[in-house]
Design a protein around this ligand. Structure first.
Ligand code: PRX
Length: 651
């Protein structure tokens, strides 16, 4: 459909109603029938009794070794769920399925060059046990930490599960992050072992992951061993004694390994995410509540049934992958897809080819990817039969209605509802999202899910009237709520709980319309969303300032057609350093090297001054307004108002 027609469609403000069939056969409707709940409204109302609701959910989705004594113990700002239960998420994700339906496929893997591998639940269990036993032989025990630096290959979920099985917390670091970023994260959590691979495929070339892991390990004294998966078989540097081949250490291990019986609130993983300061925060997630919350949300929102083929086309290095590629689909006993490479490699129809080949029924991706495919044109989509799809999803950033409509028409064939799921690393699970029984408005994540309570608050802490923008807050605890920030209780309190007493601040802004639909607009704080990836302005700034030529730096996000936001940096050079093109390039690459390619600024501008408050804080807001061409507003409180005009002279 031509672009012009799409914008016309938008003006209709259509509401997309689910089909009768989708509603009546949906998992959520069946649960409502069982509970004697007759309407969406009644479901929302009853589910506000949080302890009753999540207690019921636990009965449906998880099996405890021994049952909880209490559903919730809430001591603001910390929640403990299913207190007293003995549990391990691996029992639900792997052990029970390996016994009950050993031959069901857990994962279909497709490598970028086209190599394929499938792994049944029994094979998954065998592999997890072998690695768990090998890790135990390295001396790892309950309470230790392991860092995992792997691309999208089957050994990534295997490594996560093997750690969880023996009570070791994993810290997965996205394979696109640099060695420095990896070293920081290892040092923060004190990991004893790092699991990585030789090299992997990206856009027809290999990425030297082991070399980056080596650089990180050199700066991380807690690392005793580096376990290396052989992915491509390329030659790699090797440190005898420290480095161990994954294939070698697992080959002769037993396929039996007892799953450690943990407390429901014991640490499952640490996942580092960007906040408003330069240092990433270690979000902690625990076994019990997390399992219940992610399993219910995946089952209800994406309505997964026994014969569905689920593809969450994200990277397990981010929370989307932790919750909805690894743990939740496995708890539900689902068959999922894992694809190693780039979405448009070797050609722009790689994803559609995968959907057709494996007959994917439910597909979940990001607005950035959708906008990229929109730009590439529908001819790539039309080459493939996508009729297996029955539901679609979106995550990571606000989806603009144009992309929503394009997705619905061209990928969903006009028949698939689109589940726009709003959540965060900290929420662990979908928080605001439609259900199959919901009517949809393109661009809205609809309403808080059952068991969740949200609102929009004014700065003064009052409920914002309908259609009025404000801060998105969550009002009561939920089971996959973060268990705090690793070794940083002050930051936890200050980031999420300081603005409004007793209320969780998401950091996002949005509004609720007259029908109660939520429209999340973006971040209120200094966090960037680039292609759905979360980066912090100050993290990027400190990286720039760490370059020997740079004296000061300010980084802002500028609206970008494809990526949501692009990174624009303003830099003041040290005395005597000349502005030059090679230096501009060098600064971009410096950030790429320090944080990772995804963090490379799109634009670097050299300036003589930057607007600051009287206390010396750089006013990013003013710079941003200037860049996007909006009035900068009152600048009388600035220490150096003339710096605003200086921005026009940026080189
Ligand atoms: O700003 C919101 C945006 O992503 C942030 C969370 O980022 P992260 O922790 O990296 O997790 C991403 C995957 C869950 C949120 O604070 N965000 C996420 N989903 C949506 C969204 N913004 C609008 N609509 C969404 N569906």
């Amino acid at each position: 459909m031509p672009e012009a027609d799409i914008s016309v469609l938008l003006k209709e403000k259509r509401i997309f109603k689910p089909s009768q069939k989708l509603v009546s056969e949906s998992n959520v409707k069946k649960w409502m029938d069982k509970q004697g709940i007759r309407s969406y409204e009644e479901l929302m109302k009853k589910s506000q009794d949080t302890e009753w609701f999540w207690g019921e959910a636990a009965k449906e989705f998880v099996e405890w070794y021994s049952p909880p004594k209490k559903v919730l113990d809430w001591k603001l700002p910390y929640s403990n769920w299913f207190v007293g239960a003995k549990y391990n998420i691996v029992h639900d994700a792997v052990d029970r399925h390996a016994k009950r339906h050993p031959d069901k496929v857990a994962y279909y893997f497709e490598g970028e060059p086209g190599d394929r591998r499938k792994m049944t639940y029994k094979e998954l269990s065998d592999e997890v046990c072998r690695l768990a036993n090998a890790l135990k032989k390295l001396g790892l025990k309950r309470g230790d930490r392991v860092s995992i630096y792997l691309p999208m290959i089957l050994e990534l979920p295997v490594a996560m599960l093997a750690c969880a099985k023996i009570g070791v917390a994993h810290s997965v670091v996205f394979s696109g992050f640099s060695s420095l970023a990896l070293a920081d994260r290892i040092n923060d959590c004190g990991a004893r072992v790092l699991i990585t691979c030789d090299t992997f495929w990206r856009r027809g070339k290999t990425v030297a992951l082991k070399a980056a892991a080596d650089e990180a390990a050199r700066q991380a004294p807690s690392i005793e061993h580096v376990v290396v998966v052989k992915r491509t078989g390329e030659n790699i540097p090797w440190t005898n004694g420290r480095d161990l081949s994954y294939q070698d250490i697992t080959a002769n291990e037993s396929t039996a390994c007892e799953t450690e019986k943990m407390e429901a609130n014991d640490l499952l993983y640490i996942l580092y995410t960007s906040g408003t300061t330069g240092k990433p925060k270690g979000v902690m997630q625990r076994h019990g509540g997390y399992a219940v919350n992610i399993a219910l949300t995946l089952s209800w929102v994406f309505d997964l049934k026994d014969n569905d083929i689920w593809w969450g086309a994200a990277d397990a290095g981010w929370v989307t992958g932790h919750s909805y590629i690894v743990y939740a689909p496995l708890i539900l006993g689902t068959t999922s897809i894992i694809y190693e490479g780039a979405p448009d490699w070797p050609e722009a129809d790689r994803w559609w080819d995968i959907i057709e080949n494996y007959k994917v029924t439910v597909f979940y991706t990001s607005p950035t990817a959708i906008r990229m495919f929109m730009k590439l044109g529908t001819e790539w989509v039309k080459k493939h039969d996508l009729s297996s799809l029955r539901l679609l999803g979106s995550v990571g950033e606000p989806i603009n209605p144009e992309a929503w409509i394009w997705y619905q028409l061209n990928i969903g064939g006009g028949r698939c509802q689109i589940m726009d799921t709003w959540w965060q690393t900290e929420t662990g699970a979908f928080a605001i999202a439609p259900l199959p029984i919901s009517e949809l408005k393109p661009g809205s994540a609809v309403r808080p899910l059952p068991g969740m309570a949200a609102d929009i608050y004014t700065d003064e802490g009052k409920r914002a009237p309908a259609e009025t923008g404000g801060n998105l807050v969550l009002l009561s605890p939920w089971p996959a709520m973060l268990g705090g920030l690793y070794k940083n209780p002050e930051k936890y309190q200050e980031t999420y709980w300081a603005k409004y007493p007793g209320v969780y601040l998401t950091g996002d802004i949005g509004r609720i319309d007259a029908d109660g639909y939520y429209w999340v607009q973006g971040r209120a704080d200094d966090v960037l969303k680039v292609s759905g990836h979360r980066l912090s302005n100050s993290e990027l700034e400190s990286s720039l300032v760490s370059h020997m030529s740079v004296s000061e730096a300010a980084v802002i996000g500028k609206p970008h057609e494809l990526k949501g936001e692009s990174i624009v940096a303003f830099v003041i050079l040290k005395k005597g350093i000349e502005v030059s093109e090679p230096l501009r390039k060098e600064l971009r690459e410096h950030v790429g090297k320090e944080i990772g390619k995804i963090a490379m600024p799109d634009e670097v501008w050299f300036v003589a001054d930057l607007p600051k408050t009287r206390s010396g804080k750089i006013m990013r807001r003013v710079i941003r307004k200037k860049v996007i061409g909006e009035p900068v507003g009152d600048i009388s409180t600035l220490m150096n108002p003339e710096a605003v005009a200086e921005l026009d002279k940026a080189k």
